[in-house]
Design a protein around this ligand. Structure first.
Ligand code: GLP
Length: 259
């Protein structure tokens, strides 16, 4: 089962995950990270700034989960720009080693396959950071996505476009299509770290961790993975049936096991 860690707040969750990532990079300078966008991972990236200061990150590689299709890559809300702004520049990563699926229209029909090859050529992803959509999506794998899916173009649900409208002038400005790592791609990463904060994520988190395995709640695919850390605050954990067990397990976890 996924390990569920209930933290005080988003900052504490960000610090916990950043400590683990920084230790990983120190141990293995050629670590391959899987990056997520959205507001949830921002405390991780913020905490990494101090933790990676002075660490050689020139060999780190990173792959983003997803990108909008048809949005000008120079648009401030394209995930290429978001990753550049929130991760690449502040952490001093080599921009050439940080990749996103290509959402531009020419060549879009083979962009998914190209991305799969890039990830495979890098030796796969060591640690994949994940947020979760209010409808239970991870990456942009909307409800109904196959657990075997690979990187491909998807149509965003109305709910996701409304959720993401805050980054644009309005819901109509949010692109209709995206290109996202598939659930099968995500499950190939060696360690999944899913973060969720706030009451709005409680139902999706409970479904992902404790609900039945179902494509209707794509994040439930994490139950198929052998190494998953789910980092949530009290509000996002509020509808978990086994919360007391998770607290007890974490409180008594041997230090040598780490995250
Ligand atoms: C978008 C991203 C997801 C992210 C989700 C939740 O849909 N494609 O990777 O997990 O938003 O966003 P937030 O963290 O802002 O709630």
């Amino acid at each position: 089962m996924a390990e569920v860690i209930i933290v005080r707040d988003a900052a504490a969750g960000g610090a916990l995950v950043a400590d683990h990532i920084a230790a990983l990079v120190r141990r293995r300078p050629e670590t391959v990270l899987g990056l997520a966008t959205g507001s949830t991972p921002l405390p991780v990236y913020a905490a990494l700034r101090t933790r990676l200061a002075g660490v050689d990150v020139s060999h780190v590689r990173a792959f983003a989960l997803d990108e909008y299709v048809g949005l000008d890559p120079a648009h401030p809300e394209s995930y290429a720009r978001v990753i550049e702004r929130e991760v690449v520049r502040p952490l001093g990563l080599d921009p050439a080693r940080v990749r996103l699926p290509r959402g531009t229209l020419p060549g879009i029909e083979h962009a998914g396959e190209d991305y799969e090859h890039e990830i495979a050529d890098a030796g796969g992803i060591d640690l994949q950071i994940l947020g979760i959509g209010s409808d239970g999506h991870i990456g942009f794998n909307e409800p109904g996505s196959s657990f075997a899916s690979r990187t491909r173009v998807k149509t965003l649900t109305r709910q996701t476009r409304e959720d993401n409208a805050r980054f644009f002038a309005g819901p109509d400005e949010v692109p209709r299509h995206c290109i996202t790592q598939g659930l099968g791609t995500i499950l190939d990463a060696r360690h999944l770290v899913l973060l969720a904060f706030g009451e709005g994520k409680a139902a999706a988190v409970a479904g992902a961790v404790e609900g039945p395995l179902t494509a209707s709640l794509p994040a439930s695919a994490i139950q198929l993975h052998e190494r998953v850390s789910v980092v949530v605050d009290e509000a996002a954990a509020s509808t978990l049936g086994f919360a007391d067990y998770y607290r007890e397990a974490w409180a008594h976890k041997p230090a040598w096991q780490g995250l």
